[in-house]
Ligand binder design. Structure first.
Ligand SMILES: C[S@@+](CC[C@H](N)C(=O)[O-])C[C@H]1O[C@@H](n2cnc3c(N)ncnc32)[C@H](O)[C@@H]1O
Length: 210
């Protein structure tokens, strides 16, 4: 299914990009710099938002169809130093504390082992580094919607290559040892109601706060 998902991914997301995601990406990514690692970069939607202050961009994407589309987008940006890694975000061949910024947008819903991926983010981020996220999650404050998420999740997962609707992503980020510098809980307009409850923001390593 992943070739089909990849083929239509940008089209499926267009409405959400126009209604909110484009603005969220621009606000969160506009000031990043130095070494930036993005996990599950998909078709490369974030490429348009990275500023020139990024001197090394490392993109992790395990799906070959997504990577093919990504490479097409990279080909029209020859001026930027970009490295693409074909690996899972839970095991990335980079040294400890080697990244200034780590970016995850709409990925923690899809990875098979969220805790393992977040532990890897913690390992790779340098002590003062920033973890930037935009993720959809369980509708904790809306029992009716949560009920529909539970009902529809098996079908949704099959249609979207493994995307889970009911993840407790905010708690998982904290459990992995991060603290939030900034978090906004809001609705992702332009996607079906069951996938709208979302968080976006910036976290850093809790060890820094103590
Ligand atoms: C919904 S897409 C999000 C794409 C992009 N980040 C965006 O903001 O539009 C989820 C992406 O996560 C990737 N993914 C799934 N499992 C992964 C894993 N274990 N490690 C890294 N990426 C993964 C998928 O291949 C897909 O490209």
């Amino acid at each position: 299914m992943s070739w089909l998902w990849t083929k239509f991914y940008d089209k499926i997301m267009r409405d959400a990009e126009q209604k909110c995601l484009g603005e969220w990406r621009a606000a969160l990514l506009g000031n990043v710099s130095n070494v930036v690692l993005e996990i599950g970069c998909g078709t490369g939607t974030n490429l348009d938002y990275y500023p020139d202050s990024v001197n090394q961009l490392i993109l992790v994407e395990p799906d070959k169809h997504m990577r093919r589309k990504l490479q097409e987008k990279i080909a029209v940006k020859p001026e930027r130093a970009i490295k693409v890694l074909d690996c899972s975000a839970d095991s990335i061949p980079l040294a400890d504390a080697s990244c200034d910024v780590i970016v995850s947008t709409l990925v923690l819903c899809s990875v098979p082992d969220q805790a393992k991926v977040l532990a890897e983010m913690y390992r790779l981020l340098r002590p003062e580094g920033k973890f930037i996220f935009i993720e959809h999650m369980a509708a904790n404050t809306n029992p009716q919607r949560l009920k529909w998420q539970r009902r529809l999740e098996p079908f949704w997962k099959r249609m979207t290559c493994g995307c889970c609707l009911m993840r407790q992503t905010e708690e998982a980020i904290l459990k992995a040892g991060f603290v939030f510098e900034d978090i906004t809980r809001q609705s992702m307009r332009g996607v079906p109601a069951i996938a709208r409850p979302s968080i976006k923001g910036v976290a850093f390593k809790a060890a820094l706060a103590s």
